[in-house]
Design a protein around this ligand. Sequence first.
Ligand code: GLU
Length: 397
Amino acid sequence: MRHLSIKVRNLEESQTLLLTQKARLLQEAGVDVVSLTAGEPDFPTPAHIKEAALRAIEADFTHYTANQGTAELIGAVVDKFSSDNDLHFSPGQILVSAGAKQSIFNALSAILNPGDEVVIPAPYWVSYPAIVRLADGIPVIASFPAASGFRPDIRLLRRSIGPKTRVLILNTPCNPTGVVLSRSEVEEIAAIVKETNLTVISDEIYEKMVFDGRKHVSIGSFKGIRDQVVTVNGVSKAYAMTGWRIGYMGGPEEIIRAAAKVQGQVTNNANSIAQKATVAALRGPQGPIDAMREEFQLRRDYILRRLSAWGGEGIRNPQGAMFFFLSVEHFFGMRARGNLIRNASDLAEHLIEHHHVALVPGDAFGAPGHIRLSFAASMADLEKGIDRLLRGLQEFQ
Ligand code: GLU
């Protein structure tokens, strides 16, 4: 066998990317698969953002920029954090990267030493434990109970923090559960952070996707812990710019400088053209965000109606992000078309194979009794996808 790193050999593949790619390959082979896998807005990137990129190309803005990002973009990020999140950074406290995923990797690589622990509330976004391991840390999973809607269990959180804990990863709005933390929940967590002197990496990539008039709250805005929080965000979800790969973070200068050092040795600056486009996104009209949020809310409401008709068991109404996280445990041990369903992966496999609808099994998110359905798909696809899902699940009954 070829010599490969043990760390990488033991690394699980990103299930969100794997399932999305599987659905894409089937579609390319002519199979009519509805993909409800990735959290990827299906809207086009707004025109004024694309025009800024075209102008950048025409002006030959096609070379290296400063590793941390252009001064123009860093200024736009400083202003965005200040006006949206009550976070007040100097330019030296910002690092622009190739997607929020790289921001998280850079931050963890900057902070962790081998054996350091990182507390990750579950259900969690697939890549957190893997990125922690890549950065030589040890993920410690704090599983919030499904029975209370996956809302933070403060006592459990406190118990998960030990002498080796360096970082807590927080994600609100949460992928995959759709939970949006309330101000009082964030406040309770902030108190623990202060008491234990941890660093928080707060992943706020779904910030703009909050429903029913809710407000997103940034933990970094709580007075006593401002210098303990690295806030990560990006333009992928808010502006339908997944392919442009721009994420950014703001935090304590020492961490940002160390993270920039990592980035400087690995990729250097994020794409110059995409940086120009991101300035247009952050400084330009914000109307497209509202339009997308409204559309996402309509889709969520539609799915909720359809799924309630199916029986309602284990269905929670997402307050934000773009996912339903459905309990499917009661199908385990059942059979359909000769397939025994032992777990959520079997169910996802069965649904894609026999019913041509692709979802991501909950194992990938640290909640094996669940399955994630993304509503970042057109209404037509959602109608077709839910029809297929319901038909598929009825076969078990
Ligand atoms: N974050 C999105 C998701 O969970 C995109 C895919 C990924 O990077 O995981 O579907």
